[in-house]
Design a protein around this ligand. Structure first.
Ligand code: FMN
Length: 327
C-alpha cells in the first residue's frame, strides 16, 4: 500500500485496545467499514519474539491493519518490525502512551515520553529495516512534564528520526496515582494542543484520539488534523461505523442494511473459527453492544454472555440472542 493510500485510510482509525481489538473484533468491524484503518492490540516485543504466530494471526479481509508494539529495546523492536512487515501488516506503531504499571516495569508505554532520545533511536532502528511506516502513538505529556515545550520537543525529536505520523491521545498520562482506566478519563482532554501541533508542524500526519464518540465529531476534528482515532465508542456501539465509509471517506457504504444482517454476515466466520477450536465467547463478547437501547437488547446481551461460555455452545446461542431482540 502506498503512503498516500495509507494516509487516506488514516482519516479514521479504530484504536489499539488490549483484549478488545483482537482478530475477531477486527473481522467483525470490517463488515461495517472497508476504509477505516484498524489497529491490533498492543503486542509486547518480547512476547512477539517468543510466540509470534499467535499474535500475528489475522485474515486478509481485516486489511488495512496496523500492528502496535510495546517495547523500548531498539534491537528487539527492529526484529519485531521485520516480523510484522513480513506478516503483511501495513504499519508498525510504537506505544508511547500506555500508563499501566505493568507496562512501566517493562519501561515502555507512556514513560517513554520522558526518554525522547531512546524513542528516536527505536524509530530510527526500525525504519532502517522495514519499508512499512513506523508510527508513534503518544499523549500530550506525562506527569509533571505537561508543557507545550516538552510535548513539541518530544515530537520534533522523534520526527527527526524519521517518524512522520503521530497519533496523539489528547491528555497527559499520570504514571502514579491513576489506574489505566482513570488515565483514559482524566485529566481533561486538550484537543487544542493537538491542533496546534498540526499548525506548527504541518508536514507531519497527525491523528487525534480521546473522547471522540460520533462520526460528526470526527468529521469536525478532521478540519484541524489528518486523522481521528476512536476507541471505546465503536467498541461499545460498533454500528456507529456503518456510515463511516460514506461520511468520512466519501465512498459508498458497504455495511449490511441492518444489525441483524450484520450478525448473519458474521456467522460463517464464527462457524469457521469454532471448527478450528476457538471458543464462542471469545467472539461473542465483541457483539454485546450491537443492540444497546433496542427492545430486547438486554436479553440479547444476557443470552450471549451467559450461554456463550458453555463448552457445548454453538451458533444457536447467537441465533437465540438475535431472536430475543427487535430491531
Ligand atoms: C480496554 C482498553 C485497552 C486499551 N489498550 C491499549 C493498547 O493496547 N495500546 C494503546 O496504545 N492504547 C490502548 N488503549 C487506549 C486507547 O487506544 C485510546 O487511546 C483511549 O481509549 C482513548 O480513546 P477513546 O476515548 O476513543 O477510547 C486502551 C483502551 C481501552 C479502553
Amino acid at each position: 500500500m502506498t503512503a498516500t493510500e495509507l494516509n487516506f485510510h488514516r482519516r479514521l482509525s479504530v484504536a489499539p485496545m488490549l483484549d478488545f481489538t483482537d482478530r475477531h473484533e477486527r473481522y467483525f468491524l470490517r463488515l461495517l467499514t472497508k476504509e477505516t484503518l484498524l489497529y491490533t492490540e498492543m503486542i509486547v516485543a518480547n512476547a512477539l519474539l517468543h510466540a509470534g504466530p499467535r499474535f500475528l494471526a489475522h485474515n486478509e479481509i481485516e486489511q488495512p491493519v496496523a500492528l502496535q508494539l510495546g517495547g523500548s529495546d531498539p534491537k528487539m523492536l527492529t526484529e519485531c518490525a521485520r516480523i510484522v512487515e513480513d506478516a503483511g501488516f501495513v504499519e508498525v506503531n510504537l506505544n508511547c502512551g500506555c500508563p499501566s504499571e505493568r507496562v512501566q516495569c517493562g519501561s515502555f508505554g507512556a514513560c517513554l515520553m520522558k526518554e525522547k532520545n531512546l524513542v528516536a533511536e527505536c524509530v530510527s532502528a526500525m525504519r532502517a529495516k522495514v519499508k512499512i511506516p513506523v508510527t508513534v502513538k503518544t499523549r500530550i505529556g506525562v506527569d509533571e512534564f505537561n508543557s507545550w515545550e516538552f510535548f513539541l520537543d518530544f515530537i520534533k525529536t522523534v520526527a527527526s528520526a524519521g517518524c512522520d505520523t503521530f497519533i496523539i491521545h489528547a491528555r497527559t498520562a499520570r504514571l502514579k496515582g491513576y489506574t489505566p482506566k482513570e488515565n483514559r478519563e482524566r485529566p481533561e482532554l486538550h484537543y487544542e494542543v493537538v491542533y496546534r501541533l498540526k499548525q506548527e508542524l504541518p508536514q507531519l500526519n497527525i491523528s487525534i484520539n480521546g473522547g471522540i464518540t460520533t462520526l460528526e465529531n470526527a468529521k469536525e476534528a478532521l478540519t484541524h488534523v489528518d486523522g481521528v482515532m476512536m476507541g471505546r465508542a465503536p467498541y461499545a456501539n460498533p454500528w456507529l461505523l456503518a456510515n463511516a465509509d460514506s461520511l468520512i471517506f466519501g465512498r459508498k457504504d458497504s455495511s449490511p442494511a441492518t444489525r441483524k444482517a450484520l450478525l448473519e454476515a458474521y456467522l460463517p466466520y464464527m462457524q469457521q473459527q469454532l471448527s478450528e477450536g476457538c471458543p464462542l465467547s471469545i467472539m461473542t463478547k465483541h457483539l454485546y453492544g450491537l443492540f444497546s437501547g433496542f427492545p430486547g437488547g438486554r436479553r440479547y446481551r444476557q443470552i450471549l454472555s451467559e450461554e456463550s461460555p458453555k463448552v457445548e455452545a454453538t451458533l444457536d446461542v447467537v441465533r437465540l440472542a438475535m431472536n430475543a431482540v427487535s430491531e
